[in-house]
Ligand binder design. Structure first.
Ligand SMILES: *Cc1c(COP(=O)(O)O)cnc(C)c1O
Length: 372
């Protein structure tokens, strides 16, 4: 599914030197590598503040902590995402309100969002799923109308850009109140362990969050708010600074592989290839097909037997998970998620896919679909 070696081998000298430098100088925690990466990422995203932290889940949690929400305040997010998004809402004793996604983009459904807003709603957490931005123009307009915060979960879409109707372009994660991302090794910009970051253009929120990541401490041994301990290691920051200049090239390689997949499956009756919206680029964290003839599970098994990696993101809707289940759920409100969990299958996607591999993958899938 992923290739965590190739990028390293190309940058080996630079990365080895930077790791060695941290060890030699013993700048393990909050070393100059962290400050440098902060600036590099802020420049890349064109955002005022970047706050590095321990991982993408912490990034979401710290963002929510900074908004000073009260118990039972409602936070709206999607039913079809990685559990981290909803987990942090629940962990902070806020009320997660899960809503349906769109069938074609896999992203937050704007109509469902409108219907889900109540007087208790305080924030919206759109997830830019699989590498493509949610409909941010509509989401931001709704947020403005109801005075809601917007936290963009950009763990899967770092480097994607969004074009507004007036022609303005912004990077994923820099449009809402706060954006968060993850540098988990398999993400589009991955480090060699855990890592994450938070972005915002809001000075006050940036200040608050820069203290929350460090125990709520703004002046040595004075604790103004309850914080956490969530840091990006200097070693990871150095690795990320080496890789960041190549992120656009990495994303381009993913787009090229996606194009190959798209062309190979063109016209195939039971396969829906991922759509690209008019307003967002797609950086293909995942390349996800929909198999519409009821044979998704069959294909999943067949590919496994044939030795072709594939994965089902996500096999279970969050609203049916034990941890997040609610009473009296109207299943009709989740009809798209309920369809997607039965249809989706993600194919190998990384920056070193070779033509031969792509041909083998697509030919094997077409053989199954056309035979069974
Ligand atoms: C990976 C991911 C996260 C969590 O990131 P970690 O660094 O693993 O904590 C959150 N949200 C989404 C959508 C993700 O894909």
């Amino acid at each position: 599914m992923v290739d965590l070696q190739s990028q390293y081998l190309i940058l080996k000298d630079q990365i080895d030197t930077s790791i060695q430098d941290v060890i030699t100088k013993a700048t393990f925690i909050n070393g100059p590598q962290v400050a440098a990466f902060k600036q590099h990422l802020a420049d890349y995203l064109n955002v005022k503040h970047v706050i590095p932290c321990g991982n993408g889940t912490d990034a979401l949690q710290i963002s929510l902590m900074a908004l000073n929400l009260q118990p039972d305040d409602e936070v709206i997010t999607v039913d079809f995402t990685f559990a981290a998004t909803v987990e942090v809402i629940k962990l902070l004793k806020l009320t997660p309100v899960l809503i349906d996604v769109e069938l074609d983009s896999f992203n937050m459904c704007v109509d469902a969002l409108k219907k889900a807003i109540t007087p208790k709603t305080k924030a919206i957490v759109p997830v830019h799923l699989f590498g493509q931005c949610a409909n941010m123009e509509a989401i931001l307009n709704i947020a403005k109308e109801h005075q809601l915060y917007v936290i963009e979960d950009t763990a899967q879409a770092l480097g994607a850009s969004y074009t507004f109707k007036d022609g303005t372009t912004k990077k994923a994660g820099t449009m809402g109140t706060i954006g968060t991302t993850s540098f988990f090794p398999s993400k589009n910009l991955g480090c060699y362990g855990d890592g994450g970051a938070i972005f915002t253009n809001d000075d006050a929120l940036a200040h608050t969050m820069s203290g929350i990541v460090n125990h709520g401490m703004y002046q040595k041994y004075y604790y103004d708010v309850v914080g956490v301990n969530s840091r990006l290691d200097s070693i990871q920051a150095g690795i990320l600074s080496a890789k960041l200049p190549h992120l656009n090239t990495y994303n381009k390689a993913r787009q090229t592989a996606a194009e190959f997949y798209n062309n190979a499956f063109k016209g195939c009756k039971y396969i829906i290839t991922p759509t690209t919206s008019s307003f967002s680029t797609h950086v293909f964290h995942q390349y996800t097909l929909r198999i519409t003839n009821g044979k998704r599970n069959g294909l999943h098994e067949y590919l496994k037997v044939q030795g072709i990696p594939n994965a089902i993101y996500y096999p279970v809707a969050l609203h049916t998970q034990k941890a997040y289940k609610k009473e009296n759920v109207i299943e009709e409100n989740f009809s798209n998620t309920n369809t997607l969990i039965k249809e989706v299958i993600s194919l190998p996607m990384h920056t070193a896919l070779e033509l031969e591999q792509l041909e083998l993958i697509t030919n094997t899938i077409l053989k199954y679909i056309n035979t069974y």
